[in-house]
Structure formats: structure tokens, C-alpha cells
Write a protein that binds this ligand. Structure first.
Ligand code: GLA
Length: 755
């Protein structure tokens, strides 16, 4: 049993393959958090909890003569404000009767088979035998607020999910000001670092590791989207933990709106993590009898370093979170029109673009922004989701038919949540946009945000987009969201519910995504928010891939994709080969290097095929074939950061190792070339030490010597090594000259005869 209750010592224990999580119901009814760490069987873990009287940390009334027992010191399973626990709170609330905070005590618990569901929200799923659920209810006797803590225990996947449901069982309304899904106390100090992923538009998810300081460190977003700036994913790393060893605890909210994770190092050098929906602009009114469902958080513990944490999250998200049938299907190699045409095209230009692409092994043409309404640039037209007949006479259908006739699929860009003032939709329904009456709204890309919390808006969008997909033979949708939300005021809500707008917005987005992806399972959906502004587990539930960044420069992408892949699977990362000089940075990198980087994501093109040289066109055909051959290894293999998360000095290397360690594909890109330098050394991981591996293939891209003879490894193709030698002694490439050369090396386990 993955979840056990011991009535003798009143402990509840959650067991996964490698971890144990234990809590205890104390004599006062507080639920103490005893342990989350490496697996321990059959132990009650309350004995290390030796308490001492700590001045200015109050005692609950029952313990007024036992001054060492304080809610401010005890490790708690869930913390509430104004209860004598001054550390960061998971719950902040005030009732209409004026009662602030809560004193949460145990009410009941229940253990069931399978995994709980969260109505209206994305959440991990499981077959009944893959997970168990613990429901643990705490309540405040004065206000009648009940908090049901939910734990999904995935024993084999070695992960735990957490969520919370708040119910008002009292007589007065209660406003939740913070309703976190997870509170995790780590009682016995240790030295901890916080790893988080910050960034900006065009430079998302850059890993930053800092030592915890006393006080509260917050990672979050109040932008109405999970954001380019602070991804909803943090890792607590023991200060001695590294890529392949040491304790790491991952916390990943499954949410695409305002989120917040606080990490506090307290007076006793204990650590508390509180995570879930963003608190600052949030308030949710619960009338008597109402409930609020807080989003899920995915929790992972490993003692085997960051690499193991990455593997846990990749496997878990692939298996238990991404629902699209496309996650296991071979996705077509696509070409997207945006960087080559922006909004400046007509049917003729698109058809020429498609005809050129068809010759190069491309499987799908995606028409990006500019096909609808009065969309000649990015100032008008959003909301008018009918084809611009000036550009596309007869609409989308003839274009879609023509592309299908060329043997390719047809994809389309949409931005459902937005509206331009200059649009028929806005002229007809100005009250559908989020604006504060009497105040000029803050504009972003000269567009406004639709009130997705308003059912009428969602219904309208559902009608428009379901017809669009159905009537035009659309095979793929790129769902974009190109600004953050500022004026959170909804014409559909009363004044006392305006602090609910941001979350209601997300519920509306999720509902629309749920309905459209449910109705069109054959359509491949890709998420996007000005690149990776909503690259989060919430979105992955609906769409199996997300455009990683509007920065398509391969060298910048090395960091962006490496940072993204710490938590998110490689197959989820939208990545394309774009033209050089790159539109965002002006940099020129070899075509093949750009392909190596894009292949470590979904792989596609973002360029005008007509402008390619004959050599590049030949290369594209070769790349299409290589993409096809490496597809399974990259998508299903385990991902290894050979150069770690710290910005490597002059090269970045990563590998994909196939199931059972049978194959390994090493990718390496030189980011800075030096004179008089040394060989580039790497050591593989994940191979079978005793097995023999042949260097089956080595492709060198963009190196000054066109035949690659400069590379010592070149003559090594065909040579056989042992797994142990490749992992412990490693492999050395000669220095490569030129700008941004790249290499791919394929090692294959040698067959029985060779051995
Ligand atoms: C966003 C996307 C781009 C492109 C443009 C179109 O910036 O990230 O890929 O679709 O919008 O306006």
C-alpha cells in the first residue's frame, strides 16, 4: 500500500518507490509534518522532533504550560495565518464576521485507490492501479472553513501531487486571500540552495542557483500568465547537491496564471515551502456552502542529484500529465510562416512557400499571424477570426485543400484570448474586454485581453474556433497569447468578486482548451505566449508542445532549452531552425548547428525555403532524414546535461540515451572558439558499463575544415568502446575552429557477434 495509516501513533505515511512522506496527528489535532526523504519502511519518525522553548513563539492554549510546543516551531502539514505560526502561511483568509486567519485542526482522512481529479483544472491522471489518494480534512472551528488536502501518491513514478479544496461550512462568507496547494516543512535545517528559472521575453527559463538566506524568497508571477519572467518551477537543492548526486526537491505548480512559491529559512534554520496560486492580487469569496479548488503542485524528491530530478519530471509529465494522443505519435516536421512573412502575404505567396517546402521533406505548413480580419500588421483584427479575403480569396479552405493536395498538413495560428480595439468584435462587445471603467487601459502590443471568466465570451470563442477547425481541415493549431494582463476588472462580476478575475480568467481558458482539444483530438495543438510566456505544466495538460521562445537564435536557445528541460520534457519544447543572420540577435550560426539545437525540441523551420542556397536545400533533405532516424531516441530517450546547468565556458553538450542504454546520441555546440586551445572532453552517462558501444555516426556541422578531418574523432567512426570507458574515461574531440560548430555522435551498443 502506497498510503498507510497507523492508528497507534496516528501517523499517515506515503510511500513511493524511493521516498517516504510522513505526517502525524498531534494530541491537539494539529497535523505535523514529520518527514519527506529517502524511503524508510516501518518507522515512526516523530522521535527526531525534539522541541525547545523558543521565546516569542506562542503556544496553543492546550499547551500553555508546555512552552516548547509552539505552532511557530512545529513542522506543520498546512499553515494558516493568525494561528501563532508566524512563518509564511499557506492559508490567509478573513470572514464577513471579521475573523482573520484560521486555527486548522484534524477532522478526518480517507485513503482511496486511483488519483483524485480537480474539476475545471489541469491535473495529473493515473490508471487506478498507478496511484492512491489521501484526502485529509482540517478545519477551523470558529469560521467553519474546511481545508481538504489532497495527496496523489504515484508509487512507481516516485512522485507525489498535492492540491487543496476549501469549503465554507460556516454561516458567514469567507474571503480567501491566499489558498496555497502545498506547504512543505523541512524541519532539520541543512544547507539549502534555491534553483529557479527566471528570464524575460526572448530569454526564458534561465537557471539561477542561490543560497537560501534567512527570510522569505519568492518566485512568482502577477502578470495573469505563468510568465516569461519566473517559471512556476523551483528546486530546493542541498548545497552539496550537483548534477549526479545530492538531495533535490522539486515543486512544480500545474497552473498557467498567477502563481507564487515562497521559501522561508526560519529562526530554527528550518525551511518551509509554500506553493500554489498567486496570492498578491488574489481574493476569492466563499459564500456559506461554496468551495474553492486550488491548483495542483507536483512534488519530487531525489537523493541522486538534478539529473535524477529531471528524469522524474520528464517521465511523470509524459506519462501522467500530457493528455494529447500526439504525445506518443510522430509529429510532422513543420515550417512556420512567421519569421519569413509576418503578416505580409497572400494566397499566392503562401502556396509558393508551401510548394518549396514540400520539396524539402517538410510535413506541415503553418500559417502564422495575419490571415484574418483587418490584420495587415499587429495593431488590428484580433477577435475577427474569419479569413481576410483580400489576402486569401475564398477563405482558408482552398488554401488548406491546396496544401493537403501537396501531401502536407495545414496548421494555423490563433490568439483566442485577445481583441484589438480596431476589430468588429470589440466594436460589438467592448464590455468583453478586461478594462477598469473610467480608466484608460494599459495596452500591450496595442491589444486588450478578453474576459475569459465570462461564460458568454468562452461560449462565443468555442463556437468560432470549433467551426474554424472543422470547416477548414485544420491539422494543427498554434494558440498564442501576446500580452500580460493589467486591468483585472470584469463587467460580468460584482465589485466584491473583482479579485477573482485572474483565476476565473484561467478557468475560462482551461475550459475552452478542454473543449477544443477534446473535440478535436486529431489536431495537434501547440501552445505559445509570445514564445515561452506560459511554458508550464498547466498548459502541457492540454497541448503536448509549447513554443519555447521568440528567440530562435540557436546559441541563445542552448540556454533557454537547457533551462526549460530541467523540468519539462524535450518533446514539449517547440524549436525551429530559423534564417541567419538571426532576426533577434543578428548572429549567424551554421545551418547544421541550428538543426542540432532544434532537433532537441520539436524540430521545424521558421524561414523562407525559396531563399535557401542549393547546399542548404540539400542539407534540409538530409536533416529531414536524420530527424526521422533520431526521433524515437530523442523523444523517448533519457536526457543528460553533459555540461550541467551552469553556463559552460565555451561549449554546451547534452545526450539522449535510449531505453536500456542501447544507444546514445551526443550533441555538442561550441559557443566560443579560442586560439591555441585544448580538446573538448565529455563523459557520457546512462550507458551499461560492461556493454560495448560502436561509434556508429559522427556528423560535424560548421567546422572550418569541411570534411571534418580536423576532428580526431572522425577516424574513430566505427570504433568500439565499452560503456565504462565512455562514462569514466570519456571521449575527446579535437578543438574545432569557426563560429559555433556543432557535432552529433551516435554510439550504438555493439551486437552480440561483435562482442
Ligand atoms: C508571438 C509568437 C510568434 C508569432 C507572433 C505572431 O510573438 O510567439 O511566434 O506567432 O506572435 O504575431
Amino acid at each position: 500500500m502506497a498510503i498507510q495509516y497507523d492508528a497507534g501513533n496516528r501517523t499517515i505515511t506515503l510511500q513511493t518507490r524511493e521516498t517516504t512522506y510522513q505526517m502525524q496527528i498531534s494530541g491537539t489535532g494539529h497535523v505535523l509534518h514529520l518527514y519527506y526523504g529517502r524511503r524508510i519502511d516501518g518507522a515512526c519518525l516523530d522521535y527526531p522532533l525534539v522541541l525547545t522553548d523558543c521565546g516569542f513563539s506562542p503556544n496553543s492554549y492546550e499547551n500553555r504550560l508546555r512552552r516548547e510546543v509552539s505552532p511557530d516551531i512545529l513542522p506543520l502539514e498546512y499553515s494558516a495565518a493568525a494561528s501563532g505560526d508566524y512563518r509564511v502561511s499557506a492559508l490567509e483568509c478573513v470572514s464577513d464576521a471579521g475573523v482573520v486567519g484560521a486555527d486548522l485542526r484534524y477532522v478526518r482522512h480517507e485513503i482511496t485507490g486511483g488519483k483524485y481529479r480537480l474539476p475545471g483544472l489541469p491535473a495529473a491522471f493515473a490508471d487506478r492501479e498507478d496511484a492512491q489518494t489521501l484526502s485529509l480534512a482540517l478545519a477551523d472551528a470558529v469560521t467553519g472553513l474546511e481545508v481538504e488536502l489532497l495527496y496523489g501518491v504515484f508509487e512507481a513514478a516516485d512522485m507525489i501531487t498535492r492540491a487543496a479544496i476549501f469549503r465554507n461550512r460556516g454561516d458567514a462568507a469567507i474571503r480567501l486571500d491566499r489558498a496555497a496547494s502545498l506547504c512543505l516543512d523541512i524541519p532539520f535545517g541543512g544547507e539549502w540552495d534555491l534553483l529557479h528559472f527566471h528570464g524575460r521575453h526572448c530569454m526564458e527559463r534561465m537557471p539561477e542557483r542561490t543560497r537560501l538566506m534567512h527570510g522569505i524568497q519568492t518566485v512568482g508571477s502577477r502578470r495573469g500568465a505563468s510568465s516569461h519572467h519566473h517559471n512556476p518551477f523551483v528546486v530546493l537543492m542541498a548545497s552539496d547537491a550537483g548534477e549526479t548526486s545530492g538531495t533535490c526537491i522539486g515543486v512544480m505548480p500545474v497552473y498557467s496564471g498567477n502563481h507564487r512559491t515562497d521559501v522561508e529559512l526560519d529562526q530554527a534554520n528550518a525551511v518551509r515551502v509554500v506553493s500554489g496560486i498567486g496570492g498578491d492580487l488574489f481574493g476569492w469569496r466563499l459564500e456559506p456552502g461554496e468551495r474553492f479548488v486550488a491548483p495542483e503542485v507536483i512534488l519530487c524528491h531525489t537523493d541522486a542529484g538534478l539529473e535524477s530530478l529531471t528524469h522524474h519530471y520528464h517521465n511523470f509529465l509524459n506519462r501522467h500529465l500530457i493528455r494529447s494522443p500526439w504525445k506518443d505519435r510522430r509529429r510532422p516536421l513543420l515550417i512556420n510562416s512567421w519569421e519569413s512573412m509576418t503578416c505580409d502575404f497572400d494566397a499566392d505567396r503562401v502556396l509558393k512557400f508551401a510548394a518549396e517546402a514540400a520539396k524539402l521533406g517538410v510535413g506541415m505548413v503553418v500559417l502564422d499571424d495575419g490571415w484574418f480580419g483587418a490584420r495587415d500588421d499587429d495593431n488590428a483584427g484580433l477577435g475577427d477570426w474569419f479569413a481576410n479575403e483580400g489576402k486569401l480569396p475564398g477563405g482558408l479552405k482552398p488554401l488548406s485543400d491546396a496544401i493537403h493536395a501537396m501531401g502536407m498538413k495545414f496548421g494555423l495560428w490563433i490568439e483566442p484570448e485577445m481583441v484589438n480595439e480596431d476589430s468588429d468584435l470589440y466594436r460589438a462587445h467592448p464590455d468583453w474586454a478586461l478594462t477598469v471603467p473610467g480608466r484608460k487601459p494599459a495596452m500591450g502590443r496595442n491589444q486588450l485581453v478578453l474576459d475569459m471568466g465570462n461564460r458568454v465570451v468562452v461560449e462565443h470563442l468555442y463556437g468560432v474556433f470549433s467551426a474554424l477547425i472543422r470547416d477548414n481541415g485544420i491539422d494543427y493549431i498554434k494558440w498564442d497569447m501576446n500580452r500580460n494582463i493589467a486591468d483585472t476588472w470584469s463587467a460580468a462580476l460584482p465589485p466584491h468578486r473583482q479579485t477573482e478575475v485572474s483565476h476565473r480568467y484561467m478557468l475560462g481558458v482551461y475550459e475552452l482548451m478542454d473543449r477544443l482539444t477534446g473535440e478535436f483530438p486529431e489536431v495537434l495543438f501547440e501552445n505559445c505566449a509570445g514564445g515561452g510566456g506560459r511554458f508550464d505544466a498547466g498548459m502541457l495538460y492540454y497541448t503536448p508542445q509549447i513554443w519555447c521562445s521568440d528567440d530562435s537564435d540557436a546559441i541563445e536557445r542552448l540556454t533557454i532549452q537547457m533551462g526549460t528541460a530541467v523540468g519539462y520534457p524535450v518533446g514539449a519544447m517547440g524549436a525551429h531552425v530559423s534564417a541567419c543572420p538571426n532576426q533577434q540577435t543578428g548572429r549567424t550560426a551554421p545551418f547544421g548547428t541550428r538543426a542540432i539545437v532544434a532537433m532537441s525540441g520539436t524540430f521545424g523551420y521558421e524561414l523562407d525555403p525559396a531563399r535557401l542556397s542549393d547546399a542548404e536545400k540539400r542539407q534540409m533533405r538530409v536533416l529531414a532524414e536524420r530527424y526521422d532516424r533520431f526521433y524515437d531516441l530523442i523523444r523517448r530517450g533519457s536526457y543528460y546535461r553533459l555540461t550541467g546547468i551552469a553556463q559552460a565556458e565555451d561549449h554546451v553538450a547534452w545526450a539522449f540515451v535510449g531505453e536500456g542504454g542501447r544507444q546514445a546520441l551526443v550533441n555538442l555546440v561550441v559557443t566560443r572558439t579560442h586560439a591555441n586551445t585544448h580538446g573538448i572532453h565529455f563523459r557520457l552517462r546512462g550507458l551499461n558499463p560492461g556493454a560495448r558501444y560502436r561509434l556508429a555516426e559522427m556528423v560535424l556541422e560548421g567546422c572550418e575544415q569541411p570534411d571534418g578531418a580536423y576532428l580526431c574523432g572522425q577516424e574513430m567512426t566505427g570504433r568500439v568502446f565499452t560503456g565504462a570507458s565512455l562514462m569514466y574515461a570519456g571521449f575527446t574531440l579535437r578543438p574545432m575552429r569557426g563560429d559555433y560548430p556543432g557535432v552529433q555522435l551516435l554510439f550504438e551498443q555493439a551486437d552480440a557477434e561483435e562482442r
